[in-house]
Design a protein around this ligand. Sequence first.
Ligand SMILES: *Cc1c(COP(=O)(O)O)cnc(C)c1O
Length: 378
Amino acid sequence: MIEGLPALTHAVVDCNAVVHNLKVVRQYTSNSKILAVIKANAYGHGLVRIANALQDADALAVARVKEGIELRLAGITNRIVVLQGFLDRDEMDAHRKFDLDPVIYGFHQLRLLATCPYLEELSLWLKLDTGMNRLGFKQEDWRAVLEWLNTHQGQWAELTWMTHLANADDLEDSTTQKQIDLFRSLTADRNEHDSIANSAGILGWKQSHSDWVRPGLMLFGVSPFAGRQGYEFGLKPVMTLRSKLVSIKQLHQGDAVGYGGDWVCNKPICLGVVAIGYGDGYPRAAQSGTLVAVNGQVVPVIGRVSMDMLTVDLSTCPHAQEGDEVELWGSQCAIEQLAKSASTIPYTLLCGITRRVGVMEIPAVEAEQPVQLAAEFS
Ligand SMILES: *Cc1c(COP(=O)(O)O)cnc(C)c1O
């Protein structure tokens, strides 16, 4: 970005909302420690920025070793868990060097640990597969895992059991209770701590709360349940995606709008062109009728979303002008609604923001400090 020239299209990231949402997690799970999940660049919000806002979390979780190293190099001192753990000896060594906790889910990792000269420095998160069939030891392997633990008893710094829920976003699905029961049956006579719940578990399955909960999406103010929105759970959206109107003009009845000419005016309308498209991460699949907000008033997208632009019907805002602000998602236009209209989920929308989009951070305000102004970042 040319210095001083702000991005036309930007994501406003409100760190105060992150702090608020963390407190909401505490309210839902007052007896659990919080492992705040900030993988994938903190769901598109900026890894280090969000880690700084989450200093009150009991630990942070990332997916890959490199993400953990990035946090350490930025001076983050919270405990950090690496959800994909290590794959080889170099990655295992990096866990020790940067003080990262590995998640252990396969025998290849147990073999490395068996010859690890600094095992006593590592805090292990042992992952059981209770039905998701992604990472974790399957039930038939649990006996072998317990034997490994017996052999190496007391040689590690700390051990925490975990599993991941596959269907917790569907409150009618019986899989979740089965997963919880299976997990509890194995860990009941162990004295180590454990962890089950993601955001959907925290909000929808109280019986999944245990020593640790692992919120991700809800920290960003978004509901994990289809058909529900974050505010219904007391959450505040962290990201507001904004752009501007770059052109306004009158169209006649019969005019076809955009690529393919799918959308044809059935009456004269006032058309607005907004400087955002799939090249910025706005979903191309968003259908005509998806709502955006112009000067605080919602208007529908019409025609296909293109790479750099999308078009809206401004007929209900006759005073709109070129340069006016448009909110694509945030407190006026829920990201959950957009996800539905684009046949996707909020996770992919948040992670899909591209580097062309500027980020404007609203720093978290400490109680006694004066209010700081928003600072522009590239
Ligand atoms: C991503 C992830 C989470 C957080 O999930 P949300 O649905 O975003 O709350 C928790 N645990 C594990 C293992 C994950 O991979």
